[in-house]
Design a protein around this ligand. Structure first.
Ligand code: GLC
Length: 518
């Protein structure tokens, strides 16, 4: 069985993980210093968010040179060191690639601006004339995911407003035209460049958005919620995308150890499954669990759908509770002690499921979202683009607290790029390593058991009778996972308790907790 089918991936948001040079922004030197920590945590692989050269208009998801590492993160030599040392420790390294768009500072986009309408340079992107007598109305009604229109008008060489270009995200992220063979060829070169340098695969950004519909038709409901997604949205999930993933897979197949994981925001199970057919992506992120409230029926539904979406095509499931775009789970589940308990319960449930699990850095510390960042500190482009109505994703990107009693908790020798709350003194890695009942210790024990014990093996899962408000399933290997989502303790079924997210007395599983039994 390929390694990635049951791997625990740890997502590193490099800006926020650890800073080695004191500029307040995390970097690869910082990551290298903490690889021992990640080995201790027991993860199988890393997913490192974009580290390629970038003007950082969207935290690195605006790439100006896809085949180099930005000096902010330490340059390419620092990545080579991370790869070598991670491999020595038995940890695989996957990196984020961004095929859907480039930076507006990418040499291709600069050339497109200079070259003018109708040029081959413009054909690598989506340049169109505007509508209306003077072309001042955008070519269609699509909004950008970050707010405002998905089109920006350029000034032509004659100094007059001219064509418009498409950007599903920020104006600094022009969409690439994947119907242009040069675009696919360049991406192939990028994949080979990193695979030849020793990376073990990629997370493919916006994997469901790379093909655009013929003629770029208007959207039926252009006022749809920012970041909301629905399967009728013409900006995403167009059938042409599958041919692109087949091309990508052909290259990946020359590197049989490596994995391609797509970011796929698609709800319909059949259409989701299409992305992980045997000749397309190896894995795709299923966000159902991350979108599910702490409710047993909803959780069961999310698990059933996630399994159903992939099993029909012979692929394996992925599970994720949060990432750098999503509110942290402790906060999502209500915050405070109950939110914390529920996040502990859910990670045990998640690690009991068959398939691969993605842990977002800081989740293992039980970090909450930071919803009171001062407005002046906010950096997510969403804040500006929404006219200061949406605060954006910075609240889940606050740097990690490592040690000590006050900010910046060993994250940096300088000033962290986002302020860190003083009460995180309770949540530092140092504090949590000392305590057996910490979130970090729970993660460590759970990941270790999951990888060692035979009870976790096999792809199958069967629901097990449980009282109302509870959920129980049995794995083919014999593990029984019980979640108590009620607000009172329940009696556990027979069996030896392997691990629980809350202390068990007299065989009672407390409210908001999960137990593993064998
Ligand atoms: C993906 C990333 C997100 C980024 C966007 C544009 O959704 O996860 O962080 O802003 O793509 O690249």
């Amino acid at each position: 069985m390929p390694w990635w089918r049951s791997a625990v991936f740890y997502q590193v948001y490099p800006r926020s993980f650890a800073d080695s040079d004191g500029d307040g922004v995390g970097d690869l030197g910082g990551l290298r210093e903490k690889l021992g920590y990640l080995e201790l945590l027991g993860v199988d692989a890393l997913w490192i968010c974009p580290i390629m050269r970038s003007p950082m208009a969207d935290g690195g998801y605006d790439v100006s040179d896809p085949r180099d590492v930005d000096p902010l993160f330490g340059g390419i030599a620092a990545l080579d060191e991370v790869i070598a040392e991670a491999h020595d420790r038995g940890i695989r390294v996957t990196m984020d690639l961004v095929p859907n768009h480039s930076s507006d500072r990418h040499p291709w986009f600069r050339a497109a601006l200079r070259a003018g309408p109708g040029s081959p340079e413009r054909a690598r992107y989506f340049f169109r004339d505007g509508r209306g007598p003077d072309g001042s109305v955008p070519p269609n009604n699509w909004p950008s995911i970050f707010g405002g229109p998905a089109w920006t008008r350029v000034i032509e060489a004659d100094g007059r407003p001219g064509q418009w270009y498409l950007h599903i995200f920020a104006p600094e992220q022009p969409d690439l035209n994947w119907e242009n063979p040069e675009v696919a060829a360049d991406f192939e070169q990028t994949m080979r460049f990193w695979l030849d340098r020793g990376v073990d695969g990629f997370r493919i950004d916006v994997a469901h958005g790379m093909a655009k519909p013929e003629g770029l038709p208007d959207m039926a409901n252009p006022n749809s919620k920012m970041f909301g997604h629905d399967d009728e949205d013409p900006r995403f999930n167009n059938p042409g995308v599958h041919e692109l993933h087949r091309k990508i897979r052909k290259v990946m197949d020359e590197y049989p150890h490596a994995v391609a994981i797509g970011e796929v925001w698609v709800d319909d199970n059949t259409r989701f499954g299409e992305y992980v057919r045997p000749d397309e992506l190896h894995l795709a992120f299923n966000f159902r669990l991350a979108e599910t409230p702490f409710h047993p029926d909803r959780i069961r539904e999310a698990v059933d759908h996630s399994l159903c979406a992939v099993t029909t095509v012979g692929a394996s499931p992925t599970w994720t509770l949060s990432n750098h775009d999503i509110e942290r789970e402790v906060t999502r589940y209500g915050g405070g002690p109950a939110g914390f308990a529920r996040a502990r319960a859910l990670i045990l449930l998640e690690l009991a499921l068959p398939g691969s699990v993605f842990v977002y850095n800081g989740a293992e510390l039980g970090l909450p979202n930071v919803d009171d960042l001062p407005e002046a500190a906010l950096q997510d482009p969403v804040w500006e683009r929404s006219g200061h109505t949406e605060r954006g994703r910075d609240g889940c990107r606050v740097p990690l607290p490592w040690e000590g009693a006050q900010p910046p908790f060993g994250f940096t020798a300088g000033r962290p790029w986002l302020p860190m709350p003083p009460y995180w003194a309770q949540l530092t890695v140092e504090r949590q390593l000392e305590r057996l009942d910490s979130m970090l210790s729970l993660y460590r024990m759970a990941i270790e058991l999951r990888s060692m014990r035979p009870e976790f093996r096999g792809p199958s899962l069967e629901w097990y009778g449980s009282p109302p408000g509870c959920l129980a399933f049995r794995r083919g290997g014999g593990l029984l996972c019980v979640l108590n989502a009620t607000d009172a303790p329940i009696l556990l079924p027979a069996g030896e308790v392997l691990l629980a997210s809350a202390p068990i007395t007299a065989r009672k599983l407390p409210a908001n907790s999960t137990a593993w039994l064998i």
